[in-house]
Design a protein around this ligand. Sequence first.
Ligand code: SF4
Length: 371
Amino acid sequence: MPLAGKELGKFRRQLLAWFARRRRDLPWRRTQDPGRIWLSEIMLQQTRVAAVIPYYERFVARFPDVRALAEAPEEEILRHWSGLGYYRRARNLQRAAREIMARHAGEFPRDFESALALPGIGRYTAAAILSIAYGAPHAVLDGNVARVLARLEALRGDLRAPRRWQGLQASADRLLERKHPGDWNQAMMELGATLCTPRAPDCAACPVARWCRARRLGLTETIPEKRRQRAPVKMHLAAAVFLDAQGRTLLLPPPRRVAAAETAGELSPLFSRMWHFPAVRAGENALRDLRSHLGKRFGKAAAAGAEIAAAKRVRHAVTYREITIAPFLLRVKKLPRPRGARALLLSELHTLPVSNLTRKIARAAAPARPE
Ligand code: SF4
């Protein structure tokens, strides 16, 4: 039976009172600026709060408003996003900022359909921004909220199945406290993030435990049902960290700047389409495969670079891919200079937008480097 009448009122008051007492003090909760709330929602997609905080603070210091975001070079935006992952978010953020400048006079749109039409904004993000920034009555539904709702209703089955997800959205809409939709949405998300966690929910501390069917039926550990994971695909790569006489290395540009075939080509998505070391798929003999690749790409001198020392292998996971990379530190008299490439010290890597994978390779290579 869905909650209604007085019970629904009590449920809402309990949750909001708990949120008022327990809300975490987060930088984006100290502002009503729609642009900053938007930025925080994008950064928080698939990323932990603790990881987001320093990025958010650096980002707003460098790009304080939508105009600054729209006018900055994309490379500058990616550099400030570097390490946070899922770089499409940063690219979409700038595309959306440009649309907001062009079509909405620099202000994040107030209506749902216009927000939804912006790059990188789905139903969840639109509802979160509009409710928190403008007090618009849209209920959010993300993984955290869906888990809370499924447990409250003791709902079985795959929550992401389209019908079930629609049903959960209808439940979220019904429960929404329309006078305080921003606080309400944040309270639901906070409950899912801090108490109603995927494993071992803390029901003893839960402000809405008395209305929870899963708790009553002893089903909190089995709801929601686990989703079947896609089997991981293993990949082995070898990467060249060149060092010339001045201690400089070589980074290749993102594929849009030059033809993909001149960069890591098919491997480029693994480096998030950012600056990267030369790399190739490798078999049993990774160094041989790498030399063969370097010879074809950059000529004999590069392929013959002397291996200085073996660096530790690097492991990295991108969605369903499990990547193992063998980085090789190669001494060369002169760095190859393919079109668009940059020569720089390993310590200057932060001056370019690079992915976490490239950072890991650099970190693995650094201890093997001679003074
Ligand atoms: S009682 Fe437990 S399972 Fe139910 S909503 Fe609260 S924390 Fe989640």
